[in-house]
Design a protein. Sequence first.
Length: 451
Amino acid sequence: MTGFTVALVLVVVAAGLLRWRRPAWYWLTFGVTLATLRVLVRYGSVMDACGLTVPPSRWRLALARAANRPAPESRPPRILRLRPTRTGLVLRLKLRPGQDAFDVAAASDRLRHSFSMYGVTSRELRSGVVEVRMTGYDVLKRVQMPARIDTRPMRVAVALREDGSVHYRDYRAIPHALTLGATESGKSVYQRNLVAGLAPQDVALVGIDCKQGVELFPLARRFSALADDPDTAADLLDALVARMGEVYQLIRAEQRITSDIPDAEIAADIWDLPDHLRPTPVVVLVDEVAELALFASKEEEKRRDRIITALVRLAQLGRAAGIYLEICGQRFGSELGKGITMLRAQLTGRTAHRVNDETSANMAFGDVSPDAVLAAIQIPAEMRGIAVAGDSTGGWHRIRAPHTSLRQAVNICNRHADRTPDLLELAPFRPALTGTPAAPMPLSKAAPATA
């Protein structure tokens, strides 16, 4: 008996240490079993307490009276499937007549407390079927991407969602996106994950980094074109607009609209073209969009209008030509001048890291979801990398990208440098790669000269 007691104490202590230091290991060893039993045992009473039951139907009441039996109890939604995952539980429910998916969503916080889970979210799969995802611990505290990721062309696993699922940046589904975030909010790490995910794919990367290239030029071996000042950026965007026109001419020439061609084979964008004719898709990453929109003189204003006009044209027409925009910045509002709100309206994907004020969150989600605005302004300063991601449909999630250092991103880009395509239109903007670093220059005139 003493040996059993000692073993039991050791198991309890080990479980406590795992839950404190390694919550993911605790979940896989102890938590998933305990949570499954807790859900199955408490299910009926919890659903009744949360108002997710329906009274018995008339024919059941009549049958009970005819058989002289007690009146049947209210029934909760039927469990179709209970599936444990590496981060929590997935519960698929069949709703009873009279119930709605909004009822389950409204009771998510009460379900979280009742089942002693870290988080509960729900979504409607089809009419009458709701999927409830429960997380057993804070998966965003220490992001660990799953080993198996659904990889597809132009689709990047860029972050982890708070429900434990993977957040993908799918350029074919959402061609253009806006990413906002204050200084030290994790915006640069998010961008590095995008570049690292796109580097192994057959895609041309184009960068505009007006901070003298400090963010994107270390990754230059995987970029087909780079610009580090607004003047070069204006010429680069004009070259992309010209490329877009040439791609459309190719699509027109290869549309093959004849009576013997099936409708599905009629070309309307580059993905409908045969592989040997398909132009290389292009992803344009703008590191700080405000630097392209600010001006201090008449000449700079003309350049600014030229840049914004080109960006708007690429956002409106670039998808079918295989040109996708990834706009990043600290602020993005009407104070940046005319054309900015038109550009923002074309950016379907929205990601907001920690922002300094509510106005900045409204820039990203004010026209999408008020709840997302509230979630964005509540991101704590010490949790760098936490972001709110949504789109124009109104759906949103809290996400966090795994930490990728600049050295890791550079190594990935160098490893896949052979995949960098040479595009004729962008050849003048191809970054010059040097074998040895340049001699260091003093940062001030007062610095002593080196021998």
